[in-house]
Design a protein around this ligand. Structure first.
Ligand code: PGA
Length: 248
């Protein structure tokens, strides 16, 4: 794992956007795996700015998102489909038909999980997967205890995840308790992974990621087995971790 240390959230977002833009320019029909949450919004803002200023095109790009809440329609302001459209897709030239997110408001959720997994694999997999990390070490919505062999599946969200995500909802009771997520093996099949980590609240997760053994109770530890992981982390997230980093 290569770790790039940046000053703060703004620098992390800029650096991550530069990283993605370089890949898109080099491989215009790249398949990106995308994440939601607070961490990547600044990255999307930078990508939009670059698209508007420099014309980087997403016309031939395909995207697969990591996860979606069960029970929310894509039109719901708290769904990840809405988030992606609002924070990124509506502001670039990507074809909406090339943007894939699990459907959370469908009758047969099991079938939707299998369909989504097949869709990714039949498409040829993900070239670059962007990830955040939960303070409990989750990646996607793969909570502690998830099998490293898991494919796209239904998850019951951990209380700490529900609590962390309540900030996006009017009332904590509105946070869905279940979600569909790419599995850990799905994520690990990506050719390359870009993990973004910002803020003091992620310091403990970052510490464990660096120092813990492979362990299903800390899902992100699986990334140690991936041949091509780049972490962009800010000072607040890696303060005092005593790990070898590249400073930018
Ligand atoms: P956050 O979530 O970006 O909102 O901190 C990250 C995650 O839970 O994976």
């Amino acid at each position: 794992m290569k770790i790039i240390e940046v000053k703060d959230y703004q620098h992390m977002s800029q650096k991550a956007a530069e990283y993605i833009i370089e890949k898109v320019l080099k491989h215009p029909s790249i398949t990106l795996g995308l994440a939601t949450g607070g961490t990547p919004t600044g990255t999307y803002r930078n990508l939009i700015e670059d698209h508007q200023k420099n014309g980087t095109s997403y016309q031939n790009v395909t995207t697969f998102n990591l996860d979606e809440y069960i029970g929310l329609a894509g039109t719901d302001i708290n769904s990840y489909r809405y988030y992606m459209d609002d924070n990124f897709f509506n502001h670039i030239d990507i074809k909406k038909s090339n943007t894939f997110i699990p459907q959370g408001n469908i009758k047969n959720i099991e079938e939707e999980c299998n369909r989504y997994e097949d869709l990714i694999m039949n498409h040829g997999g993900i070239d670059l997967q962007v990830l955040g990390i939960g303070s409990n070490g989750h990646i996607g919505f793969n909570e502690p205890g998830t099998s490293f062999q898991s494919k796209t599946h239904i998850v019951k969200l951990a209380p700490s995840t529900i609590e962390a995500n309540a900030r996006f909802f009017n009332r904590p009771e509105e946070v869905p308790t279940q979600a569909i997520t790419m599995g850990i093996s799905t994520i690990m099949k990506s050719k390359e992974i870009l993990l973004l980590v910002s803020g003091e609240s992620k310091r403990n997760a970052m510490y464990q990621l660096i120092h813990s053994e492979l362990n299903e109770n800390f899902p992100a530890s699986v990334l140690k087995n991936h041949p091509c992981v780049t972490i962009i982390a800010d000072e607040a997230a890696i303060l005092d971790l005593k790990i070898p980093v590249t400073k930018k």
